[in-house]
Ligand binder design. Structure first.
Ligand SMILES: [Zn+2]
Length: 393
């Protein structure tokens, strides 16, 4: 599709001085690290809702982002997030994103007209299967490659390095909110379909426990589910747990954990973000934490559809700094952009236009003195190491 309408450049706001040095107290990267990041570096995105875009939003991700935007504009689509997509398969290649975690996302909500939910567990189960089928269809069309084992991960990384222009986008299947699991044992069935990571909750409480914007703990069904996840040696995504449920998961689950798209409460002080203690708990279990690019998770007091984004991409690097300093090294942080996760460019940093802008992180980190090795670890190496330990043979 080539709708071809020109997209006006997004106005950039004045750069804000974030007094970045205040974060550089414990961790001192090499002073003379790499100065030239002119080439893009492989990027592993720890959180993308590709199937949500392909199925629920009915977007043809084979198109360029400009075409997706132009099509929605031409159709007069005014719902939040429309006309402002930031990714598609060609755009992900421009962004040098070679691997990602891709979600199955179907949340249960009471209202039949809810913009983001389905009213029964059975419908959530069906929608998760629609997302599975979309991934499978895109795999057959050559756009995606499912990664289920260590060997497949190794093969894919090598293939991407050798053929960055033609290798498909590698994805590890994850589930954001366990609402599609009819009963705890349903996780076995999804495992057979390639599921390797799972978060129990999303926004609000579901049948397994409390999530973002509510403070209830785990439900009784969470315990057998966590046991089953541990037996399957999957990783639990602790993003989107309520605070009380977060600490309960750490108590009841002794397998691997990660936080796929999880910013700091220091920078956006409300419950969606993690406190330093939560970050430290993930670091202690050698999990990886992905930095998200949704402005509600970056900018204090940001109100969806009301506020203007004033933070810039630099804010993501501040967030990286916080985790690096809590850990004392750069081993536990990566990117989990959450881009086009139910919002568009209107809800991203002021100097951000589309997902290739994530590559600007390398220059920003380099300016702060991050070494080549640490930048590569944050862009892809930490997630790859984590999943090379988590995935089965
Ligand atoms: Zn999310």
């Amino acid at each position: 599709m080539t709708c071809g309408a020109a997209v006006p450049a997004r106005a950039c706001v004045t750069q804000v001085d974030y007094h970045s040095k205040q974060f550089l107290t414990k961790f001192h990267p090499a002073p003379n690290s790499r100065l030239n990041w002119s080439l893009p570096v492989l990027l592993f995105d720890g959180h993308l809702d590709l199937a949500l875009n392909g199925v629920d939003w009915n977007r043809d991700l084979r198109c360029e982002v400009d075409d997706l935007r132009a099509q929605e504009r031409a159709l007069g689509m005014t719902d939040p997030g429309r006309c402002g997509s930031t990714l598609s398969f060609p755009e992900l290649r421009h962004a040098e994103i070679g691997l990602c975690l891709s979600t199955l996302l179907a949340r249960q909500e009471k209202e039949i007209n809810h913009s983001f939910g389905w009213t029964t567990p059975q419908t959530c189960y069906a929608m998760a299967h629609a997302h599975l089928a979309w991934h499978r269809a895109m795999e057959r069309a050559g756009y995606l490659r499912s990664i289920r084992t260590k060997q497949e991960l190794e093969f894919h990384v090598e293939d991407w390095k050798s053929h960055p222009q033609t290798a498909p986008l590698g994805f590890i299947q994850t589930m954001e909110g366990a609402d599609p699991l009819l009963v705890p044992d349903t996780v076995n069935e999804f495992y057979e379909h390639g599921l390797r990571a799972i978060g129990l909750t999303h926004y609000g409480a579901n049948r397994y426990g409390g999530g973002t914007m509510c403070e209830v703990g785990l439900a009784v069904d969470a315990i057998p589910l966590l046991r089953r996840i541990e037996e399957l040696k999957m990783t639990v995504d602790v993003t989107h747990l309520s605070d009380v449920a977060f600490w309960q998961v750490l108590e009841y689950f002794s397998g691997r954990i990660h936080a796929s798209h999880q910013n700091s409460r220091r920078l956006a002080p409300w419950q969606r973000q993690f406190s330093d203690e939560q970050y430290k708990a993930v670091i202690e279990r050698d999990g990886v934490i992905g930095i998200a690019f949704d402005v509600i998770m970056m900018q204090p007091g940001y109100v969806r559809r009301v506020s203007e984004a004033t933070v810039t991409i630099e804010r993501a690097v501040e967030n990286i700094d916080i985790i690096v300093q809590l850990a004392g090294n750069a081993r536990n942080v990566g990117i989990g952009s959450d881009l086009d996760g139910g919002y568009g460019v209107e809800q991203t940093p002021a100097d951000f236009d589309r997902i290739r802008d994530l590559q600007r992180l390398t220059e920003l980190m380099s300016r702060r003195g991050y070494s080549d090795a640490d930048i590569a670890a944050i862009m892809h190496g930490n997630w790859i190491r984590f999943f090379s330990e988590v995935l089965p043979e």
